[in-house]
Design a protein around this ligand. Sequence first.
Ligand SMILES: [Zn+2]
Length: 162
Amino acid sequence: MISSTAPTCAMCDRPIAYRGAGRRPKYCTKSCRQAVYRANGKAREKAAKAVMTRRMLGELAHQLRGNIAELTTMISSLQHADRKDTLPTGWETAATVLADQLAEMARSAALLTREHVRLADEHRQSIEIVQKANGHDGSAEESSDIAVEYIQRQQGRQQPPV
Ligand SMILES: [Zn+2]
């Protein structure tokens, strides 16, 4: 019989059979302990990958700004030109290549953003499991400092990276 003060599992909240001898168990089964351990590893992995996708988006934004500025200059020189032959030879090809590059970069940015959102979501799901287990009895033996720090940075961020 389990009393009302019986310890509960930090993972699944089921009461743990505890006879009062030795260290109080934190998890009901080995599989619950492993589930939290795996969630912690997954949270770290997803956080590290999300940092990478954010960095890649930042680099892409930098390149996009450069190419957009170049294309804008090219097009505005068209508008201001009295005659077409004041433009450098081959500008049509250059503008087409640049516009194609921009379209490709925009597609990459869309893919990277979706990937980043997916990673952040998977990270959040994992970190919730870890934080619940850590907060269960105040102990934090399954430390996830990197992941926690990452999500705190995300929460404190007002502006998107791009
Ligand atoms: Zn359990």
